[in-house]
Design a protein around this ligand. Structure first.
Ligand code: THU
Length: 161
């Protein structure tokens, strides 16, 4: 028998100003769009901002629907917007933050499984690691250097052909 072990390294920062200017701006862009979330059902607002290789920032928010399963997460809306506006452009980083109207949620929230899968495919398609920055309603920031560490043993295009 062989055992495989995976390691995920989360870097924790006490405050946004401990990050490089570029990453501070990205998180601020994610926070700025929070009021644009349409989340009347969950009351859980999510803002995402993507930094592209050309320096552009593209944002997204979660958009829900009375037909619950068809709602979309902020991360995937931001990815779809970024890749539609700038096809094939490398994604350098994504910042995600939240406002939870159900209860105070101070700690960072990490992307759901479906968003991890979509982010991972972008990482693999363009061949560069995508940094993930996460923030809750508190000041703490959590940073990962690559999506792959959030989704070990992943399914991907390599498995199809
Ligand atoms: N949501 C996101 O936008 N991103 C995530 O990574 C987790 C969940 C949204 C989906 C739904 O509108 C609400 O948060 C509650 O699940």
């Amino acid at each position: 028998m062989k055992k495989l072990k995976f390691e995920t390294v989360f870097k924790i920062f006490e405050n946004l100003n401990q990050l490089p200017d570029e990453e501070q701006q990205l998180m601020n862009a994610a926070s700025a769009v929070l009021p644009e979330a349409y989340a009347p059902y969950s009351k859980f607002h999510v803002g995402a901002a993507i930094l592209l290789e050309n320096g552009k920032i593209v944002t997204g928010t979660n958009q829900e629907n009375a037909s619950f399963p068809i709602g979309l997460c902020a991360e995937r809306i931001a990815i779809a917007a970024a890749t539609s506006l700038y096809p094939k452009m490398k994604i350098i980083a994504i910042a995600v933050t939240i406002k939870n109207f159900n209860k105070p949620t101070l700690e960072p929230i990490s992307p759901c499984g479906a968003c991890r899968q979509v982010l991972l495919e972008k990482e693999q398609e363009t061949g560069n690691s995508i940094k993930i920055l996460m923030k809750g309603e508190g000041k703490t920031i959590c940073k990962l250097e690559s999506v792959s560490s959030l989704l070990p043993l992943s399914f991907g295009s390599k498995d199809l052909h």
